[in-house]
Design a protein around this ligand. Sequence first.
Ligand SMILES: C[S@@+](CC[C@H](N)C(=O)[O-])C[C@H]1O[C@@H](n2cnc3c(N)ncnc32)[C@H](O)[C@@H]1O
Length: 221
Amino acid sequence: MLYDKEKFKKALTKQKLNFIYNHIKDISNIKILELGVREGLSTSLFLEVCEKNNGNLISIDINDCGKLFENAKWNFIHSSDDNFEMINEQILKIGELDVIYIDSLHKDFHVKKVLYNYYNFLKKGGYIFLDDVSWLPYAKSAELENKVSNFNDNQKIFKKLLEIKFTNSDNFDLEFCFENSGTAKIVKKNFEKLKEPKKVTKILSITEIFKNILENFFSKS
Ligand SMILES: C[S@@+](CC[C@H](N)C(=O)[O-])C[C@H]1O[C@@H](n2cnc3c(N)ncnc32)[C@H](O)[C@@H]1O
């Protein structure tokens, strides 16, 4: 099948995927890179847009999801998404990307690595959407409170994005949608290469400096 209409409808019921759809649904000749397919919810959403708007979708997953759809507009690559040499070559064949969706390994170091590589292939004005940047669903007394590792991972990804924004404030706009497990939206503003992230720290107030001195003094005595 070209895409799965039921999965497409299901995808639209998820606020975070709806958020993406509303930004991209009218882009003609759209070119999309998707990292992470699983059962193909977001893939169905992207393929629907490609069908309507004469687009192309490249999807990557470490698991073989290649039999989910048969669609000439879809190129599924069975690989880890940091296999840059091979994947970059496939991207060059379709040209500059309008949209990148990062929803594979939800670890800050991995998200940073793939973001820095694929950002170079994004059009000016193009979007990067990153899944899982909110830890609210995993907080104490929230619906999924037992998933402590998701809480930590999402918090780290959010922090890493701020560190990247800190050194690249003129290069892209950054916004967040906090529905479900959260989605970040990046809009590329120029063709500057991304600078390395930098820790976001604050200047200490006089009170805090004194507090630190006292704490150090009493912890040693
Ligand atoms: C959350 S699921 C993707 C869900 C899909 N985007 C959707 O909304 O329907 C994450 C997927 O990423 C894949 N994955 C995890 N690590 C990966 C990696 N390093 N490279 C490529 N795919 C990876 C997993 O196999 C899994 O299918």
